[in-house]
Design a protein around this ligand. Structure first.
Ligand SMILES: [Zn+2]
Length: 300
């Protein structure tokens, strides 16, 4: 879209307007109240990246593969135990390669009442893919998840929330109900492509509400976790408390191979317990929340 010959400060107004306007937030989809008269909706999500965080960069580190396998052996079971104890349905976003490596994990997730949705093929970066490869991978990912779980996924979270100029058109053409990779609001909204409504609902994420930001670590890079778990809990709790006060939506992203550890998993447990002390909170999958806001949003 942008010309390699010219610098951004040389772009004509229609050029920078076209870049900004490619994918935008359209009408807000905020209901007057949530299901069963609840004041606040809670959409918890877990991105089961496992080994694909290493594979997608062409890495073959056996150590990092073992961290990925921890996600399957310890991370997901610890998360599922807490969710079952509190009776909370959530959404898992799963790369197709992870679903093929661990079909039993996915079947257990679905059997326990949770949603599984698209999270790329091998956690690829959409913005560096040729458009036809991106379309092919996204469609094959949906097929692979359906083969493993027996259910057609209703939505997508792009790997690393990386969005190409073509991603939204693919999502719309596939008939997916929602995306959960963008950050233009705290409430759900309809996505616009070049100014036109797509019918695709965005259930927005934020890096602030993502455990990877606080806990990620790479031995051979400068990446280290700097935020203590108690502080991460405090951030997430404050995000929820404000969402509750505003009668809005609290969405959270966690990863089995970042949070599924003895010193961190309590964050999920205590966060749900805190939210449960408010009686009027609706815990639901991303798909169920999107379905609800489509039919109950108040026009503003
Ligand atoms: Zn991911």
């Amino acid at each position: 879209m942008n010309s390699p010959q010219r610098e951004p400060w040389q772009w004509a107004e229609e050029e920078w307007r076209a870049i900004v306007g490619r994918v935008r937030a359209g009408r807000a989809l905020k209901p007057a109240h949530w299901k069963h008269g609840a004041r606040c909706a809670v959409a918890l999500s877990f991105d089961s990246d496992h080994e694909t965080n290493e594979l997608r960069d062409g890495g073959e580190s056996i150590g990092r593969m073992s961290q990925g396998q921890y996600g399957n052996r310890q991370g997901v079971p610890r998360i599922l135990e807490i969710l079952a104890r509190h009776g909370v349905p959530v959404s898992f976003f799963v790369p197709a390669v992870v679903a093929l490596l661990y079909p039993d994990e996915q079947r257990r997730v679905v059997a326990e009442g949770h949603e599984i949705a698209i999270h790329g093929w091998i956690h690829e970066r959409n913005s560096v893919l040729p458009p036809e490869a991106e379309r092919d991978l996204q469609m094959r990912s949906a097929d692979a998840l359906e083969r493993v779980t027996g259910r057609r996924p209703a939505g997508i979270r792009t790997p690393s929330w990386d969005f190409s100029p073509h991603t939204l058109a693919i999502t719309r053409d596939m008939g997916l109900a929602y995306d959960s990779s963008l950050m233009a609001d705290v409430d759900c909204y309809e996505l616009l492509l070049d100014g036109e409504p797509t019918g695709v609902v965005e259930l927005p994420v934020e890096w602030i509400r993502d455990d990877a930001v606080y806990f990620n670590m790479h031995r051979f890079q400068g990446l280290r976790p700097y935020t203590p778990p108690a502080d991460v809990f405090d951030i997430f709790r404050r995000e929820f408390d404000a969402a509750y006060r505003e009668g809005g939506l609290f969405q959270l992203t966690m990863h089995p191979h970042f949070s599924g550890y003895r010193s961190r998993i309590w964050i999920l447990d205590e966060l749900i317990a805190h939210m449960r002390t408010h009686g009027d909170v609706w815990f639901a999958t991303h798909a169920d929340i999107v379905e609800y806001v489509k039919h109950h949003a108040v026009t503003r």
